[in-house]
Design a protein. Structure first.
Length: 212
């Protein structure tokens, strides 16, 4: 059965880390602002799904190997950095949005967004972040007992994944309400630029990160 104190500690630390703005937030923000609520929610589901991958290799012990291997960590690090910089550059070079009262999807200069693409962007943004690898390895190593059964550890991970997907879905819905949508239509061009700079900065930060 679930060990309540252990799970509550794990969940509390994870929730605080998830709410803090980072690459996942910037990704959901970009998808929501550029392509609408549906795209934002799908990217949020992608972020949540990637958590289960981190949980799977952490429970299996692979995460510890990556964290302790300079070569593997460097490969993961540069893949993540390159991906963040790439989507950041796309935001920076996005065309100016026409000012109108149409729905957000209609004013997107990039055209309609396929659901699988939005989901994939969220999934890869979280999956290719080496910070997530180190976070889960250290989090499970310090909070979750080695005597906790593996199915229970996976249940912990599933709960964290659901929370993250729900949290970023809420963010996507909030960002696409009528009032927020009108503000984004007025300032969308600059929001694209700021979001792009944030993503690039996060990519550079990932590239400079060292294994500990």
């Amino acid at each position: 059965m679930l060990l309540a104190p252990e799970f509550l500690t794990l969940f509390g630390v994870f929730a605080l880390a998830a709410i803090a703005p980072g690459a996942d937030f910037a990704c959901v923000l970009r998808e929501s602002v550029s392509y609408g609520r549906r795209a934002g929610i799908l990217s949020a589901l992608g972020v949540g799904s990637a958590i289960m991958v981190h949980v799977a290799y952490t429970v299996a012990g692979v995460g510890l190997i990556i964290a302790q291997s300079i070569v593997l960590f460097t490969i993961v690090k540069w893949c993540g950095a390159a991906y963040l910089v790439t989507i950041g550059m796309r935001s920076l070079t996005a065309r100016r949005r026409p000012a109108s009262g149409a729905a957000l999807q209609a004013v997107c200069a990039c055209g309609p967004r396929h659901g699988a693409t939005s989901y994939g962007v969220g999934f890869l943004t979280n999956l290719l972040n080496p910070k997530a690898t180190l976070f889960f390895v250290s989090l499970f190593a310090t909070i979750v007992s080695h005597q906790t059964p593996m199915p229970v550890q996976f249940a912990y991970g599933a709960a964290l994944a659901v929370f993250l997907a729900l949290w970023f879905s809420f963010v996507a819905v909030f960002l696409t309400t009528r009032g927020m949508r009108a503000a984004f239509e007025r300032m969308g061009h600059w929001i694209d630029r700021v979001t792009g700079l944030v993503l690039i900065a996060l990519g550079v930060r990932v590239a400079l990160q060292r294994a500990s």
